[in-house]
Write a protein that binds this ligand. Sequence first.
Ligand code: KG4
Ligand code: ZN
Length: 345
Amino acid sequence: MTLVLGIESSCDETAAALVTGDRRILAQAIASQEDRHAPYGGVVPEIAARAHAERLAPLIDKVMREAGKTLSDCDAIAATAGPGLIGGVMVGLVTAKALAMASDRPLLAINHLEGHALSPRLADASLEYPYALLLVSGGHCQLLRVDGVGQYRRFATTIDDALGEAFDKSAKILGLGYPGGPAVERLAAEGDPQAVPLPRPLVGSGEPHFSFAGLKSAVLRAHESGRYSAADIAASFQQAAVDCLLDRTRIALEEMGHVNALVLAGGVAANCTIRGALEQLAEENALAFTAPPLPLCTDNAAMIAWAGIERLAAGAKADPLDIAARPRWPLDPQAEPVRGAGVKA
Ligand code: KG4
Ligand code: ZN
């Protein structure tokens, strides 16, 4: 049975996991850095890199002990090689290189987004290619068709902020602290989603791209007006986000042709209101719906190990030990740049 050690360090979670080819997570550990970044209201790259460097080795050791395995039991060592905060990515990738070299195991340099994209297949053995993927995280907001391992076609991306970023910035405006997504979701449950008139950027436009910068600015104006409670603003913001996701996903599904399922992945997929809305959209389109369980939605190493397993099964060989960490690494390099967009992958 294939066994892969996964390592994740691209943002503010340091994580290691041992996963088998028959979808068992033998052991996993995640060290969150929330407490270190909270005073700044967002992830500070330098602090993140240092924390990864301090924590990763003991974490890997813990996972190996818990599972009762050694590196020589592993078929490969898979680590996130990008995209992400480059200092953190380098810590994880260099660690993986050292372990691969010392144990003479193959190194697999994994695209973090591929980890998110394939994570639903770790949780759900019945999910078959091709599927429509709405990938919503702190750094990305994309609609892709997943045709197989390494075969991703991008239909939409954000022209400015990612949705998770909009959640985090709105949380900061409302004084909810960091990380913002879960805090906004909790407060939204106490508010009226129709109370505050907020824009739905790009809704109705022909191409299925996203834009959330204007929505975040409208949250700031609503807050500064003093006319609305924080709960009503949070609920209205979340509703506007849902409306944008539904409208854009509907259009992308029309463009994609046949798919077997609609899949939601990435950190924002932890949001229950968003999950519910997308599940209903899938039902309307007679598609199966799946989203990974919450711990597999936010950054974790099991999804990186799983992407390694999928790549091995697809015939992938070891990546060279001098492979570089990449701050940007689009899943679909052929995708046309979006007019008016910034530099995000
Ligand atoms: O995938 P992830 O863990 O890291 C990135 O690769 O970006 O996603 C983190 C993002 C953050 O912006 C966080 O606020 C958001 O996911 N998030 C949520 C929820 N839980 C996490 N957003 C909305 N509702 C949630 N419950
Ligand atoms: Zn992520």
